[in-house]
Design a protein around this ligand. Structure first.
Ligand SMILES: [Zn+2]
Length: 354
């Protein structure tokens, strides 16, 4: 039998009391990794979606470690996506566990339905502004609403500040806010054991772009937009730039051997993987720069037109994903002075600079 670096990393984490419990989800991403930390309090990082199948799988996984839901003393939320937080309220109610999450995320999950309504409204505005036709927009909002049942509100009893310490009996986890994949991504670093609980901040087999998401606070929009803002325009965070800044911060971290991911295998060389991501984004930005240049002098394209010319008439459910992908790289080109944004009525168009 041969062991891989991933097996070794999971074995080393388990020896340190951190056990990976994969939970099924109905989503394309497949299983979500939750982590049981054998410490005092007994801690679960993330929960799986709000479904009977997920709860059953989690109960069986806990039983394999001689534990029950009722034994949990602390539940930690890594970020706002429903495959990670859907079961939190049920688990907290049954166990009486405290719930810890980034302080900025606490009001968001506390009033989850309102947050989802606001997110849908934000996404619809964003799609209209970038040329996605009305029928596609309505279909996408319908898809989002059909997913609602896999999430749920939860009450955060221990809000965590960026940079704070989360202390358990035998270990200390340093809290780092690393927005990008979502606005609330939080990673937890055990500096002594050189292990990071990284959730979806860095996933080995997925290099998808950060989705453009409604910011957690109005202030963070202003920060992302440099305090400006243009009246009628919907404020849009530059998700890929934010994500790349977060990746740079993680790349600079010492005392890291293993990043335990929210999906798939652990990452055992985070610097090499992050460098690979940076090269990938540089290549994609160049591809989009050439596409915009192909519109010729005086020509311009909407983000939706670019997505169509790159991927054809993609499935409706992918339209927001591809819009985010295009805009993330367009933002890099605008920042570098290679592309300029123009407004045509309420719609944004992009043209080669100069
Ligand atoms: Zn996620």
């Amino acid at each position: 039998m041969t062991t891989t670096a991933a097996d070794d990393a999971l074995a080393r984490a388990a020896a340190a009391g951190v056990h990976c419990l994969p939970i099924p989800t109905p989503f394309q991403v497949g299983r979500v990794n939750t982590y049981l930390i054998d410490d005092d309090p007994l801690t679960l990082v993330d929960s799986g979606p709000n479904s009977g199948t997920a709860l059953d799988a989690l109960e069986r996984a806990l039983a394999a470690h001689g534990r029950r839901v009722e034994d949990l003393g602390l539940i930690v939320i890594s970020h706002q996506h429903i495959d990670h937080l859907g079961l939190v309220s049920i688990l907290a109610r049954r166990s009486g566990a405290e719930v810890a999450a980034l302080d900025l995320l606490a009001p968001w999950v506390g009033d989850w339905s309102a947050a989802m309504n606001a997110d849908d409204a934000f996404a619809e505005r964003m799609m209209a502004e970038h040329g996605i036709p009305e029928d596609v927009r309505h279909a996408l909002v319908g898809v989002s609403q059909s997913y609602r049942g896999w999430g749920a509100a939860a009450t955060v009893t221990r809000p965590l500040a960026d940079g704070a310490e989360l202390r358990l009996r035998d270990r200390t986890l340093r809290v780092h806010h690393r927005p990008g994949h979502s606005p609330s991504d939080t990673i937890f670093h055990d500096e002594e054991r050189r292990i990071v609980l990284g959730a979806d901040h860095l996933i080995k087999h997925i290099s998808s772009n950060p989705l453009i998401s409604r910011p957690l606070t109005p202030a963070s929009v202003q920060a992302a937009d440099g305090g400006g803002g243009g009246g009628e325009r919907a404020e849009r965070p530059h998700a890929l730039e934010i994500y790349m800044a977060s990746l740079r911060a993680t790349r600079a971290m010492a005392d890291v051997d293993i990043v335990l991911a929210g999906h798939g295998d652990p990452v055992t060389d985070h610097v090499a993987l992050i460098d690979e991501r940076f090269r990938l984004h540089a290549r994609r930005a160049e591809k989009i720069r050439r596409l915009i240049a192909s519109a010729g002098a005086g020509g311009s394209l909407t983000a939706y037109e670019m997505a169509q010319s790159l991927w054809g008439n993609v499935a409706v459910t992918q339209a927001y994903l591809t819009l985010s992908e295009v805009l993330g790289h367009v933002d890099l080109l605008v920042r570098d002075g290679q592309v300029v944004e123009q407004r045509d009525g309420g719609v944004a168009r992009f043209a080669a600079a100069g």
